[in-house]
Design a protein around this ligand. Structure first.
Ligand SMILES: Cc1ncc(COP(=O)(O)O)c(C=O)c1O
Length: 389
């Protein structure tokens, strides 16, 4: 990557999402699975690349009204929308009905939600397709009993078509055994429902929580993981399978660039202060800044190796990005490029703390051009006590 071109044009801190890498990644993931498996992108992982991946992806999982607005304002194909999420309120469903042409696909997370969707579907004369989300034992989805209840309720509903089941039990799941257990459980449960209610549960939308290797020395065999998952899925007959994935699709296209603004030492060691920090950069599984994420120093320097701890710019002792990193001849204005930050990083940080600006977001298109898709955003406005006159 030509960091000098990027850094001449844009100041740090910033996120960079590389569209060419992202396209390659999606094609690679697809190549690891049978052709008939569909891919639903969980847009919460990154909403800045949606238009660019629309043709490569079979659907968009949308979990809030805000996410719906993003997709709709981008004029994404509405037949790819799966409106999901625990809090679907009257106003947002109404808005979605009024602003969608085609039959809308929803997930249903509770009996109350089912009743609300049904009532509004009738009121607005809108047909909806439902995936019932089965819980994995947390606040999401319905119990087996409620699942059956919804099936019974839906029997004579003209506007509602139950098209399948949605299941997601967590992210960054490295154990193939766990996936196997979940898929066996789902098959048993679906067979039971189909026999008892004489219906077909046509679709299984499954979120495997496919993991990303974030830290040096913690690599895992992704190809083997995908192969085993594909084998398990290919044993499921007579059902359309979709994999609902966020992190694994988008993490590797993302870079976060932050520069050294100060260097000093004290009784605790060598300190590097960066213009970014934990408000912008969250690595799933990082503990006490002990693990080393994949990163580069720019420019590359040669010289004496010293160990430094990398701190961010927040007024909290917790704002440490990496402890004891060996570095050669580091200088003020050197830039660190953190890798694999394409999923969740730009939204999971405590970005309003200390009223620091949100970083800009750049997309690198397939011709190598850098495009600003979000400028820095001042957060002092958001932390300001506006008073009605
Ligand atoms: C319902 C649902 N599906 C899919 C995902 C995406 O998970 P991941 O990013 O681990 O693929 C999430 C993440 O929270 C989710 O809640």
């Amino acid at each position: 990557m030509d960091y000098s071109k990027l850094l001449n044009k844009f100041s740090t801190p910033m996120y960079l999402f590389d569209i060419e890498l992202l396209e390659k990644r999606i094609k690679y993931i697809k190549s690891c699975f049978d052709k008939d498996i569909k891919f639903i992108y969980a847009i919460k992982a990154n909403t800045f690349i949606l238009k660019q991946i629309e043709e490569l992806i079979d659907g968009f999982e949308i979990c809030s009204f805000g996410e719906f607005e993003i997709c709709n304002n981008l004029k994404l194909n509405q037949s790819k929308f799966v409106i999901s999420g625990v809090n679907k309120d009257f106003d947002s469903i109404k808005y979605i009905f009024e602003n969608t042409n085609k039959v809308v696909k929803f997930t249903v997370e509770s009996i109350n939600q089912y009743k609300l969707l049904t009532a509004l579907a009738k009121q607005y004369n809108k047909k909806i397709e439902l995936l019932i989300r089965l819980t994995s034992g947390n606040q999401f989805g319905v119990s087996e009993t409620d699942f059956e209840q919804i099936i019974s309720y839906s029997k004579n509903e003209e506007m509602i078509k139950i098209i399948g089941i949605q299941y997601f039990s967590g992210t960054q799941k490295k154990s193939v055994k766990k996936l196997e257990k979940e898929l066996n459980y789902l098959e048993q449960f679906i067979n039971y429902i189909e026999e008892k209610y004489k219906i077909i549960i046509e679709n299984l939308e499954y979120g495997p929580g496919a993991p990303i290797s974030y830290f040096v020395g913690e690599e895992f065999d992704e190809l083997e993981y995908f192969k085993e998952l594909n084998n398990m899925l290919s044993k499921i007959k007579n059902r359309k399978i979709s994999l609902e994935i966020g992190r694994s699709i988008v993490a590797s296209c993302g870079f976060y660039l932050t520069k050294v603004v100060d260097i000093k030492s004290n009784q605790n060691g060598n300190i590097l202060l960066l213009d970014g920090g934990m408000n912008h950069l969250v690595y799933y599984g990082q503990t006490m800044a002990m693990r080393i994420p994949y990163l580069e120093q720019y420019p590359i320097r040669k010289g004496e190796v010293n160990h430094y701890t990398l701190y961010g710019s927040l007024c909290t002792i917790n704002d440490i990005l990496i402890k004891n990193l060996p570095l050669e001849d580091v200088k003020i204005n050197d830039v660190f490029i953190f890798k694999n930050v394409g999923a969740y990083c730009s939204t999971e940080g405590i970005s309003l703390f200390l009223s620091r600006e949100l970083p800009k977001i750049i997309l690198k298109d397939k011709d190598g051009n850098f495009k600003l898709v979000r400028d820095n955003i001042k957060t002092s406005n958001l932390n300001f006590p506006y008073v009605e006159e």
